[in-house]
Design a protein around this ligand. Structure first.
Ligand code: ZN
Length: 321
């Protein structure tokens, strides 16, 4: 059996792919995630998408299994999502409904864990026994191999790097409710809040004035995109904010390096994919001010926004259960 189904359950979209053992995606579909049909609506949606994907393309008998990478928090033993951040449900079962429908093995992983599996088998991580994938997207997350072992943890959350505390004064509140966490400052949702904080504290605005950024701030329309686009256009205040974000990212990456001692870190997620140099260069520049361990290679993932799909597919072919 040379084919598998990969599913990426994100905060906004569900993506389903049919792929081969060599890592070739032969067909795919994506839809906005079903939020209005109750906790079972999501698995029903995935089932419908799988049928429509394989129609005319593959026989269920040729499919080895279904891998799912999902934005957590996971209940890995129960095969579902516990109080998912982006869905209005207490619990979303995923594994059991799919197993019952297709009578195939179904494997659920945190989306960043799936991503690092994708990097190892279908990306550039193949040679690395100590490998980390970091996403900077709506949130910040990681997937980690240490000594060739994929880290999972008691509930499947052994890599919640976005909740490392990088500001001991705890000026910003994270989506998880705690203060000072990395993703409260440097994720797609955190960046506008951090920029507001910088503007309000006035330390930079005394030096650099920016009409466009101030307008965005006053109208409440400041986003990560506004800030990075203005920085690319040469706006001095936006550039200074981007630099401060980079310095905090360097602290987060230094914690990752000191915790896991990898030889390679690949970086993805929408914020990184849209601004690869503005995200990665400052990290490389400042990381050795904080990391005690030898600093590894830090590079953009070649798998782009498909990394979770690749990982969900690879998990079926290569993870031993
Ligand atoms: Zn947090």
């Amino acid at each position: 059996m040379k084919m598998a189904i990969g599913v990426d359950v994100g905060g906004t979209n569900v993506r389903v792919a049919l792929g081969s053992v060599e890592g070739k995606i032969v067909a795919r579909i994506a839809e906005p995630i079903e939020k209005t049909r109750g906790p079972m609506g999501v698995s029903k949606q995935i089932i419908r998408m799988i049928y429509s994907l394989i129609k005319d393309k593959a026989d269920l008998r040729d499919i080895k299994g279904i891998g799912i990478g999902a934005a957590g928090p996971l209940d890995i033993k129960g095969g579902g999502l516990m109080k998912p951040t982006n869905l209005p449900f207490e619990y979303v079962p995923l594994v059991k409904p799919l197993e019952e429908e297709f009578n195939l093995p179904v494997l659920l992983l945190n989306d960043c864990v799936a991503a690092v599996v994708g990097e190892k088998y279908f990306g550039i991580g193949g040679e690395h026994e100590n490998l980390v994938y970091v996403t900077i997207s709506t949130g910040i997350g990681g997937g980690v191999y240490v000594d060739g072992h994929l880290l999972i943890g008691k509930d499947g959350n052994a890599h919640e790097i976005g909740h490392f505390t990088i500001d001991f004064e705890g000026r910003l509140i994270c989506g998880c409710g705690r203060r000072g966490h990395w993703e409260a400052y440097c994720s797609g949702t955190g960046i506008p809040n951090y920029a507001k904080l910088i503007i309000e504290e006035g330390e930079l605005t005394g030096v650099y004035e920016s009409k466009l950024l101030r307008e965005a701030y006053m109208s409440g329309k400041m986003s990560a995109k506004t800030i990075y686009d203005l920085a690319k256009a040469g706006d001095k205040l936006a550039k200074a904010i981007v630099k401060k974000i980079g310095m905090l990212n360097a602290i987060g990456f230094a914690c990752v390096v000191d915790a896991y001692d990898p030889t390679l870190i690949t970086v993805g997620g929408s914020v990184t994919l849209n601004n690869p140099d503005l995200i990665i260069d400052p990290i490389k520049h400042h990381i050795s001010e904080h990391a005690r361990n030898r600093v590894p290679e830090i590079i953009l993932t070649p798998l782009g926004e498909d990394i979770v799909l690749y990982g969900a597919l690879a998990s079926i072919f290569y993870l031993h259960r």
